[in-house]
Ligand binder design. Structure first.
Ligand code: BEZ
Ligand code: FE
Length: 306
C-alpha cells in the first residue's frame, strides 16, 4: 500500500502495528496513533507548530537528570498523573484515597519508631507539630506492622532533594503493634512546583497556577494490604482549590490544631504552644494479583518502597 492522505494514513499505520507480539503493547500503540492523528487533524497542525512541539519535548528530556524529572512534572501539570491514579486506584469504600507520587520521593530514608523526631538535622525551622494517628483496615481494625514513608518540603518550600545535603523532613516511620504512629515535624507550607524549566514555561504561557497547597506526602504499607501513595493537606490553605497537579481530595485535608499546654509540650519534646495533626489511614485488603503501586518508573530515585 502507498499513496496515503489524511483520511487513509491512520488505518495504514495501525495496520502495521498488527504484528506486535505483546497484545497490551499493540492496544496502547494503536490507541496512541489514533488519538495523535485525530489531534493533528482536529487542530489542523502546521509544520511550524509541530516543530515547536518537538522542540518542547526535547527540552523536557534535556532538563531531566538523576535529580530532576521534568517528564513527571509535565505529566502532573497536564493532569495525566492524577488520571492514571484515578484509573488504577479504585479503593474500597472508606479506604484512604491515592494521589500522585510527585518527583521528590527517595529511597533510603532513616527508619523511625513511635514518637520520633523527623526534624533531626533540619536546616530550617517551622511551626512544630505532633502528627499522630492509626493505620486501620477499611472496617476499622488496627493494622500491626504498618510503615509510613513520610516526606515534605522545608519551610522555604524547597525539598531536600532540590539542594545538596542530607535528607530533611523525611523518614520511614513504623507504626506500633496497635497500628498507632506518631512523629514530630514542622507544619508544611504551600510551595511552587519547579518553574525554571520547560514545564514552568508551559505553565506561564497558559496562565495556570504553579502553586501546590501545603501537604506532607505519605506512602502507607502493611503486609496483606494495598499500599497507598497519598498526601495529607492543610485545612485552610489558600491553594486547596487550585493545586497545580490536581491532587487534592476532601478526605485528605487534615486539621492542624493549636495546643497550649506546657506540660504536654514538655512530655512530647516540643515548644509550647505547638500544633497537633491527627490523621488515620485506612488500607484496602490486598487483592491476589493486584498491581503494586508503581514507584520505580515514576520516581527517578529508586524502586518500590518496602
Ligand atoms: C510534590 O508534591 O512534591 C510535587 C508533585 C508534583 C509536582 C511537583 C511537586
Ligand atoms: Fe510535595
Amino acid at each position: 500500500m502507498r499513496q496515503f492522505n489524511e483520511e487513509t494514513l491512520t488505518a495504514e499505520v495501525v495496520a502495521r502495528l498488527k504484528k506486535t507480539k505483546n497484545p497490551r503493547f499493540r492496544e496502547i500503540m494503536t490507541s496512541a496513533v489514533k488519538h495523535l492523528h485525530a489531534f493533528a487533524r482536529d487542530v489542523k497542525l502546521t509544520e511550524e507548530e509541530w516543530f515547536e512541539g518537538i522542540k518542547f519535548m526535547t527540552s523536557v528530556g534535556q532538563k531531566c537528570d538523576d535529580k530532576r524529572q521534568e517528564f513527571i512534572l509535565l505529566s502532573d501539570v497536564l493532569g495525566l498523573s492524577m488520571m492514571v491514579v484515578a484509573l488504577n486506584h479504585k479503593t474500597a469504600p472508606g479506604a484512604t484515597e491515592a494521589t500522585v507520587l510527585g518527583p521528590f520521593f527517595a529511597h533510603g530514608a532513616k527508619e523511625y519508631g513511635y514518637g520520633a523526631d523527623l526534624r533531626e538535622g533540619a536546616t530550617m525551622q517551622g511551626e512544630e507539630v505532633w502528627v499522630s494517628g492509626r493505620v486501620l483496615s477499611v472496617d476499622g481494625k488496627p493494622i500491626a506492622d504498618a510503615a509510613l514513608d513520610i516526606w515534605q518540603a522545608k519551610a522555604d518550600g524547597i525539598y531536600d532533594l532540590q539542594t545538596e545535603g542530607e535528607f530533611e523532613l523525611r523518614g520511614r516511620v513504623k507504626a506500633n503493634d496497635k497500628g498507632e504512629y506518631a512523629f514530630k515535624s514542622y507544619k508544611p507550607k504551600f510551595y511552587s512546583i519547579p518553574m525554571d524549566g520547560p514545564v514552568g514555561d508551559l505553565v506561564r504561557a497558559t496562565h495556570n497556577n504553579h502553586m501546590r497547597p501545603a501537604h506532607m506526602h505519605a506512602i502507607v504499607s502493611a503486609p496483606g494490604y494495598q499500599q497507598v501513595i497519598t498526601h495529607v493537606f492543610v485545612e485552610g490553605d489558600p491553594y486547596l482549590d487550585g493545586d497545580a497537579v490536581f491532587a487534592v481530595k476532601n478526605s485528605l485535608v487534615g486539621k492542624y490544631q493549636k495546643v497550649n499546654n506546657a506540660a504536654e509540650a514538655k512530655k512530647l519534646g516540643l515548644s509550647n504552644p505547638f500544633l497537633k495533626l491527627e490523621f488515620d489511614f485506612r488500607l484496602s485488603p490486598d487483592k491476589p494479583g493486584a498491581r503494586k503501586a508503581v514507584t520505580r518508573s515514576t520516581s527517578p530515585h529508586g524502586g518500590t518502597p518496602r
